[in-house]
Each structure stands twice: as C-alpha cells, then as structure tokens.
Design a protein around this ligand. Structure first.
Ligand code: HEC
Length: 109
C-alpha cells in the first residue's frame, strides 16, 4: 500500500516535470515569435531579415552588427540622428523592443 502511494507520488512528480518542461518550451517559442514579429515590422522597407530589394533606396541593414544597429536605432529615437522616416518610427518602440529587434536583425558580433 505504501509502495503504491509512493509510486503514484513519483509518477505525478514526473508528470509535473514533463508539463513544466513543455510550458518552458512554449514560453521560448512564444518569445521567439514575439521577437520575430517585432523585427518583421521593418521588413516592409528593409526587406526580409534586413536584406533590401536591389535598386531600392532604403539602406540594407543586415550587415550591421547587433550593437551598431541598436545604437543607430537609439540615435534615431533620441533625435541624435535624423532621416526621412526612421527618427519617427524609432520613437514607436521601447528601448527594450529596439534591443530585441537589433538582436534579431543585427549581425552577430
Ligand atoms: C517606412 C519604411 C521603413 C521602415 C518600416 C523601417 N525603416 Fe529603417 N530606414 C528607412 C529609411 C528610408 C532609412 C534611411 C534614413 C531615413 O531616411 O529615415 C532607414 C534607415 C535605417 C537604419 C540606418 C541604416 C544606415 O546604414 O544608416 C537602420 C539601422 C534602420 N533603418 C533600421 C530599421 C529597423 C530596425 C526597422 C524596424 C523597427 C526599420 N528600420 C523600419 C525606412 C524604413
């Protein structure tokens, strides 16, 4: 009887572990999806993954290292750098979101 109870306890413990693992994986997936969709807001102009369509005047951004891209975005946001549109767009994101976007689109250092 006692053995059976501890077996049940062990099983429910293992199931708990399994479900918490699944939740963790889902969290990571949801986070990745969020990051990707934030970065996708740039694709209209800069192309998928920052590779603009040849012949278009919008600058290519996929060659920029992650940290440089973040600095440029912050410069637009704070008004240190100006342009036709980027200084307006950058203001629409939190610093954290710009960091996330730079980490998705920027070249890894
Ligand atoms: C409506 C079109 C448009 C969208 C959307 C857009 N950009 Fe831009 N981006 C531009 C243009 C045009 C420039 C050139 C500067 C200017 O005129 O504002 C530029 C410049 C930049 C630069 C500077 C590149 C360099 O080498 O000087 C970076 C970095 C950049 N954009 C990143 C982004 C990111 C990240 C997003 C998404 C959050 C984004 N852009 C969304 C049009 C856009």
């Amino acid at each position: 009887m006692r053995k059976k109870l501890s077996f049940v306890l062990l099983l429910s413990g293992l199931m708990g572990l399994a479900t918490s693992g699944a939740t963790h994986a889902q969290d990571i997936q949801a986070q990745r999806l969020y990051n990707q969709s934030l970065a996708a807001t740039c694709a209209n102009c800069h192309g998928t993954n920052g590779v603009s369509v040849p012949g278009v005047t919008v600058p290519m951004i996929n060659h920029l290292p992650e940290s440089v891209m973040y600095e440029l975005l912050m410069a637009y946001k704070t008004g240190k750098r100006t342009g036709t549109i980027m200084h307006q767009l950058a203001k629409g994101y939190t610093d954290e979101q710009l960091k996330t976007i730079a980490s998705v689109l920027g070249k890894k250092n």
